[in-house]
Design a protein around this ligand. Structure first.
Ligand code: ATP
Length: 385
């Protein structure tokens, strides 16, 4: 078992910098997810860790050992690829045993490990089949099984669920999370899917254009995003953004979007006061916009009005696509809402949860201020779950 460290790691392909100097510490037994849009460098990070790609600058450590020049087979890792990469002419048993055979593991040990892994993965009845005789979900389990039998210090997974349909993906997510809990091994997992990242990761590293945007627990990323990129990437439907100006009126701080004004109460205005007069971006999550008649208790409401353009019934909630003053936005509201397409709807925004970003730097102005409180909330929740 081992943690993983990226120390000032740079990767260039020719003259193009793909990873621009990242430093990350992944603790032993952690489930760390690299998430980000296509081309941001997630797979390159994983491949460098696996030894399939050279590190241009910096160091990668597994445990205390610098592995830059260690061959992949000597890194004590096992990787599950998006394609599964199963050998079609071999049975499930042979596929799972292959890596151990290469390492000259005694036959009886191989047999014991393969059967034990197959049992725990629920595929022991498939051991004599070939990959083409399996469903997508079964193949995925075989690919995981092949990694499990190796008993590595670190599991690397590159989009292992992307070939599965939506229902199987949800099942496989839970299955991999359970596997992580049971094995107690370090997992490093790559996905472009923020839901996968949020549901599986103990911590998530949000990458964009080869740079770490934020590395935090799912709770912190969601409630205290460091910049506009993270705020927009994490959460579905995505956060609404409004260009705005901060101004002061009668001692109150006003976020003026040109479409509506939010009055920020004195106690909450502290991190923003220094920015009065500046252009900012207001961020509001869809779940922080409520039908005025069905607002939850305990929030700090600020009224707005808008026209209802589209209504999506989700059963337990309703997604509204709204428009006001030429600006479109999305709200996730109580299913009892009386919203009708084409009608005006009275709404409130919960000021307690809004985010305000500097337009120029894209950084959250409240990030440092909220940091301790959100971290404490995350810790309290971690104890409960
Ligand atoms: P995706 O989600 O689409 O797989 P990713 O975040 O995993 O994307 P990478 O595969 O790590 O992205 O690629 C990062 C960047 O590096 C991309 O712009 C890609 O085109 C480039 N790249 C990757 N491999 C090579 C290579 N062998 N030669 C040149 N450029 C490469």
């Amino acid at each position: 078992m081992a943690g993983v460290t990226f120390r000032n790691v740079v990767k260039r392909f020719g003259n193009t910098s793909v990873i621009k100097g990242i430093t990350i510490e992944i603790a032993d037994k952690e489930f760390l997810v690299f998430v980000g849009p296509s081309g941001c460098g997630k797979t390159t990070c994983l491949r460098m860790l696996a030894g399939l790609e050279e590190v241009t600058e910096g160091e990668i450590l597994i445990g205390d050992r610098i592995v830059n020049n260690v061959a992949p087979k000597d890194r004590d890792i096992a990787m599950v690829f998006q394609s599964y990469a199963l050998y079609p002419h071999m049975t499930v048993y042979e596929n799972m045993a292959f890596g151990l055979r290469l390492r000259k593991t005694p036959k009886n040990v191989i047999d014991e490990r393969v059967r034990e892994a197959a049992k725990s993965l629920g595929i022991e009845h498939l051991l004599d089949r070939r990959p083409r005789q399996l469903s997508g979900g079964q193949r995925q389990r075989v690919a995981v099984g092949r990694a499990v039998v190796r008993n590595p210090s670190v599991f690397l997974m590159d989009e292992p669920l992307s070939n599965l349909d939506a229902k199987l993906r949800v099942e496989a997510r839970a299955f991999i999370s359970k596997l992580h809990q049971r094995l107690g091994t370090t997992f490093v997992y790559v996905t472009h899917d923020q839901t996968e990242a949020m549901t599986m990761g103990t911590r998530i590293c949000v990458l964009n254009a080869g740079e770490v945007q934020q590395l935090d627990s799912p709770y912190v990323l969601y409630h205290n995003p460091r910049n506009i990129f993270v705020a927009g990437f994490i959460g579905s439907p995505a956060m609404n953004f409004f260009d705005a100006t901060l101004r002061e009126s009668d001692g109150n701080l006003i976020v003026d979007t040109g479409v509506f004004n939010l009055v920020i109460p004195q106690v909450k205005a502290v991190p923003y006061r220094a920015h009065i007069g500046k252009k900012v971006v207001l961020g509001v999550r869809p779940e922080d916009m409520h039908d005025v008649d069905y607002q939850p208790p305990g929030i700090t409401p600020s009224p707005i009005e808008s026209s209802v353009e589209v209504i999506e019934q989700m059963g337990n909630e309703i997604i509204l696509y709204l428009e006001e003053g030429g600006k479109q936005f999305v709200a996730r509201v109580d299913p009892r809402t009386t919203a009708r397409i084409g009608n005006r709807l009275g709404m409130v925004i919960n000021i307690d949860n809004v985010h305000i970003f500097d337009t120029e730097t894209t950084l959250s102005l409240g990030y440092e201020h909220k940091r301790e409180q959100i971290a404490a909330e995350a810790k309290a929740r971690a104890k409960v779950h």
